[in-house]
Each structure stands twice: as C-alpha cells, then as structure tokens.
Design a protein around this ligand. Structure first.
Ligand code: ATP
Ligand code: MG
Length: 488
C-alpha cells in the first residue's frame, strides 16, 4: 500500500509549495536497526524522516522541528517513552504521537493513551501497520482543523443565570471531569457542551451521539464500532464514536433514553477506558472526555429502574443546569438581535433591526421551547416581514398569521414600494412554487386595483367566488393589506 502524501493541485504557487511538501515523521528509539528499517519504509513512501536514538534527543528534536507525527518507543534507557510523551505534552506539542512497545503490554498502552498518545503499535512492527497508523494520524490533524472551523459559534447572553453557567463551564473545561448538562428542551445544552470542548484545548474532535435517535440494535455498533462480518449487514469494519472521540470529547446527548443494556456497556468502557468493537476481542484503549445531556430527571429514572445509579455517578461529577429562557428574560433582546442577523444573512436579505417596542414584546412570550422557539419565531418574522425596521405591530401581524408575507409600512414612501419578490427556488415542490407565486401575484394585483377584489378577479381572469376562496386559502386579509398600504 502506498501512503500518498501529495494532495491536490492549485494554480497558486504558494499553495502548491505547501501541498507538495512531504509530511515529516520523527522516529525515537534506542534500537538503531529498528529506526533505520522504519526510516527506509517511510522514505520509500515519500515521508521526510527525522531520527533520534535517545529519549532526551527525541524530545529536543520534536520541540525544535515540530514534525507532523512522532513514532516513540516506550522502553528506552534514562528517559523512557512515557516520560518523553509527558514532556512533549507539557511543552505544548500537539501533533499525534504513536507509541511503540513490546508485545501484549496493554497496561502501558492504556497509560500512554490516557496521557494523550494518538495510537499504540506492538512489536514486531509490520510495514503496513506503521503506514496505516501514520496515515490515520495525519488525517486526524486535518479532521480536527476542519471540525474546529465548522464548530465556530457564538454564545449569547448577559443574564446572571447565564453567566453562572458560563463560569462553571469555564472552570471545568480544562479538566477531564465528566459533565452532565440538564435542562428543558432548547435551553442550549448542546451549545454549552461544544463550548466546553472548545475551551478544553483537547486535541481530538467533538463527537456527538444522540442516544434517543439511534435504534437500539445499532447503538452499540455506533458507540464501539464493529468488524466486518460480525453481524448481518456488517459489510465493512466501522469505527465507533468512542474511537472517533479519542483525545477529544464524546457528547452523549439524551442519555436518559439509553437502554439498560447499553448503559452497562458504556459504564464498563468509562471505568476501564478500553473498548471492544463488536466481533473483536482486541482491546482498544481510548482517552475521551464525556459530556452527557438530558432533559429527563435522572434521579426519577433511577427510582423507576430505567437508569443505572452507578452510571449516573460516573457521568455526573459536575452538573450544569441550563436555565429556561423565562428565567433569563433579559437575554431575549440580545438573542433576538443575533438570530435576526443570522436569519437575514442566511436568506440573503439586507439588514433588519427590531425597534425597542418589538424587543420588549418578544420578552412577553412564555417560550416552552426556550431558545429554539425564540430562534424560530425570529426567523419567521424576518422572512415574512421584509423591512428595515420591525415594530411590535409587525410582529403581531406575522405571528397571528394575518399577513402572509410582507409587513408593509403605511408610510407614503413605503406605499409605492412593491414587496420583495419571493425566492421561488426556496420552494421544495412544484406545488409550493405555484402557491408562492400565486400568492405574490394576487397581492400585487390587489394593490394595482386599489384593493378592489371584484376588479382584481376580473383583471386576472378568475371568477369572483373563486377569488374569495383563494384569498381564504392564502390567508390574505384585504382589509389588513389596505391598512398597511393605505388606499389611494
Ligand atoms: N447562548 C446561546 N447563544 C446563541 N444561540 C443559542 C444559545 N443557546 C442556544 N442557542 C441556539 O438555540 C438552539 C437550541 O440550542 P441547543 O440545541 O443547544 O439546545 P438543547 O438544550 O440541546 O435542546 P434539546 O433539548 O432540544 O436537544 C440552537 O439553535 C442553538 O444554536
Ligand atoms: Mg440537544
């Protein structure tokens, strides 16, 4: 197997230079023969190789030259591999380190992995085994970079309740303590979990498992992976989420919905820090930080016998309770402005702002769906109410469904402005396209005919009774439109 190191093409000379640079691997081992034979294999595959024969020299080279991957032997005189690994991490070396050890030493493997190594190879080493591990290590760097780019987000809030949540999150982020996030639906449990991961500085990625959404018969394979042929339908090896989250964070969402059988397996994995893929008896050490979330009361679930008490204490070292939106009302204006900005941007609309009375009005709802409900409301208002400044009255019209689209300003200038043409490409079906276009067309024609329904019907060739049916179907309230546009 050839490990390809040259990715992609580009016309940009600088980019070409970077993409064609070989990846650099540092080998640290006191046995010269082993170093030379690995170096030969790697050089043939196009890697640039650095060598060190003592722990201390290896440490110095790694910190000076920052290789992409380090292959590090455990048994070395004076400074052994585990010590080198510890010092590398202490000094901020963040690229993957692959440990090499004597045969069958699972205890050391677990220790190395817990200290932050990327992988673990047993002697005698096979060329393919080394190349696969290095390739995975290099891919992992890219995976983390991509994921971090995608995970960019803002947490909005200034209320005391929200600041208290942030303070706990900040304090626990750098530790490895398991965190349980509780709270009603839509309160931001997942957002906080991502925030903790981002602040943790962990090298791996944030991996999410929605325990409620995965069917019972698939959840174990999802969590621990499986080997080809281990059950009907296992047509290939599959990596589990525990392995994917190695050195990162595993987010067990809706953990209250996990079956007792899976709970037992997860508990064992968390206690032993080792997992077994379905159909394999090879122990795989993993280093994951677990964050769980639920909107259930787990203590009640324990009483009912549907949640294991021992698992509860393992995942619940730190509990963060997300406050419902009704207890942080002063955050509503900030959140609303933020969601308005996002909705306008996503829908290609110009900037729209809420007037003060609109922001106050938004505070008055009870938001059983919490922040998600507020976000959806604001999105609806922005899409249906396309104007620069949105007032309380506009919101009332949109939310009551009286105005289908376009809250049109009653001012003289606005009177003459036609509502923004709807984007037909946003429709999912032909029927939707027809409906959007028809509604827009009818409103425009009503305006042209000074809100005279009969005249409009005649002009567009629709029998009058049919026209009233259409107005009802599209919830077009002619009186309301007239009020907004003003009759000429
Ligand atoms: N502080 C915040 N700032 C900005 N947006 C937020 C904030 N908190 C939550 N959101 C947004 O609110 C929505 C709901 O958040 P999230 O999915 O994290 O809630 P949840 O508690 O996990 O919900 P559920 O219980 O339904 O899974 C998301 O769209 C998220 O982006
Ligand atoms: Mg959630």
């Amino acid at each position: 197997m050839r490990g390809f190191l040259l990715f992609g093409f580009s016309n940009n000379p600088l980019y070409c230079y970077n993409t064609f640079m070989a990846n650099r691997v540092l080998i640290i081992d006191d046995e010269k023969d082993i170093v030379e034979s690995i170096a030969n294999i790697l050089a043939l595959e196009g890697y640039s190789v650095l060598k060190a024969f003592r722990g201390y020299d290896g440490l110095k080279t790694a910190l000076q030259d920052n290789p992409d991957v380090v292959l590090l032997d455990i048994k070395m005189p004076v400074m052994d591999g585990l010590e080198v690994l510890e010092k590398l991490i202490e000094n901020g070396f963040s690229n993957p380190v692959i440990m090499i050890s004597g045969h069958g030493d699972i205890k050391t493997a677990v220790e190395a992995v817990q200290k932050g190594s990327f992988d673990f190879l047993e002697k005698p080493l096979g060329a393919e085994q080394i190349l696969i591990s290095i390739k995975n290590a290099i891919q992992s760097i890219k995976k983390v970079e991509d994921k971090n780019k995608k995970n960019d987000f803002f947490l909005i809030g200034k209320s005391g309740a929200f600041k208290r949540v942030l303070a706990i999150a900040d304090r626990v982020a750098k530790t490895t303590a398991p965190v349980l996030i509780t709270g009603e639906t839509g309160t931001g449990k997942e957002m906080i979990a991502k925030y903790i991961h981002k602040k943790s500085g962990r090298k791996g990625i944030f991996v999410e498992v929605n325990c409620a959404a995965i069917p019972e018969e698939l959840i174990e394979s999802e969590l621990f992976g499986h080997v080809k042929g281990s059950f009907t339908g296992a047509i290939d090896d599959k990596e589990g989420k525990f392995v994917a989250a190695h050195n990162g964070t595993l987010f067990l969402d809706e953990i209250g919905d996990m079956s007792l059988k899976t709970q037992a397996k997860v508990l064992r994995a968390l206690q032993e820090k080792i997992i077994y893929a379905i159909g394999s008896n090879k122990p795989v050490p993993v280093n994951v930080r677990v964050i769980s979330a639920t909107n259930k009361d787990l203590k009640k679930e324990i009483e009912k016998g549907s949640f294991r008490e021992d698992l509860f204490y393992r995942i619940n070292v730190i509990e963060i309770e997300m406050p419902p939106l009704r207890d942080r009302k002063e955050d509503i204006p900030l959140l609303a402005k933020h969601f308005a900005y996002l909705a306008a941007k996503e829908n290609g609309l110009g900037e729209m702002v809420f007037e003060d009375d609109a922001l106050e009005y938004l505070k008055t709802f009870d938001y059983r769906g919490n922040i998600r409900e507020l976000k959806n409301k604001v999105e609806k208002i922005i899409i249906l109410c396309q104007k620069d400044k949105i007032s309380k009255k506009d919101i009332e019209s949109v939310l009551s469904g009286r105005i289908g689209f376009g809250c049109i300003e009653p001012s003289e200038v606005q009177k003459k402005i036609t509502i923004k043409q709807p984007d037909l490409l946003k429709a999912k079906t032909l029927k939707e396209v027809r409906e959007i276009a028809e509604k827009y067309f009818i409103i425009e024609k009503l305006k042209e005919n000074n809100f005279n329904v009969s005249k409009t019907a005649e002009q567009i060739g629709v029998p009058r009774s049919n026209m009233y049916k259409k107005l009802e179907h599209y919830k077009i309230n002619v009186k309301e439109l007239e009020e907004y546009y003003g009759k000429d």
